[in-house]
Design a protein around this ligand. Structure first.
Ligand SMILES: [Fe+2]
Ligand SMILES: [Fe+2]
Length: 179
């Protein structure tokens, strides 16, 4: 099986992703395409999430990492719902550095879920994934599906990486280049 991407090297491009086969990358791109180019979703490019990483790029990275975790750990999650929820998990649509209150960490999952449901009509499972992705910070909103657990873990992996490395993951590296 031909591999499109190389194994991650720390000083390569900073993505921290596993390699994907051509087929896997194509499936990921295909599933992500409807949301990735949607003008409403593209508004997330206006806001910084961590360091120099926009909310859009962070959400794309969480989707990619969720996809990889599901594949590599053989978790057999519902991939369509997993990727939609992962990509919309921080769809709160404001700059939390300037507009969010000091409880942004607690409030934004509910705001993101409400916005995403309004614009994209979430399934019950997708909504649950978004509402619980900050667990354990949101103590009583605990992930209740396989997909929700994957996204919660992927979000922490990506947030930590973005905060520590301050490197910027572009849509090009996540959607097209692989690595
Ligand atoms: Fe979040
Ligand atoms: Fe996040």
């Amino acid at each position: 099986m031909k591999l499109q991407a190389r194994v991650y090297e720390p000083d390569d491009c900073g993505n921290g992703h596993f390699m994907m086969t051509v087929e896997e990358q194509e499936e990921f791109n295909h599933l992500m395409a409807p949301l990735a180019g949607d003008p409403r979703v593209l508004r997330m490019r206006q806001y910084i999430q961590h360091g120099r990483v926009t909310t859009y790029d962070h959400c794309l990275a969480v989707a990619r990492t969720s996809y990889e975790l599901n594949l590599r750990l053989h978790l057999h999650a519902h991939v369509g719902e997993l990727l939609r929820a992962a990509f919309l998990h921080d769809y709160f649509l404001y700059d939390w550095h300037t507009r969010g209150d000091h409880l942004h960490g607690y409030h934004h999952p509910g705001i993101a879920a409400g916005n995403a449901d309004r614009d994209f009509h979430l399934t019950k499972r997708e909504r649950g994934c978004i509402e619980t992705h900050m667990w354990p910070l949101t103590l009583f909103h605990m992930p209740s599906s396989k997909e929700a657990w994957i996204i919660t873990l992927a979000d922490k992996i990506c947030s930590t990486r973005e905060t520590l490395t301050k490197r910027r993951m572009t849509p090009e590296t996540v959607l097209h280049k692989g690595v």
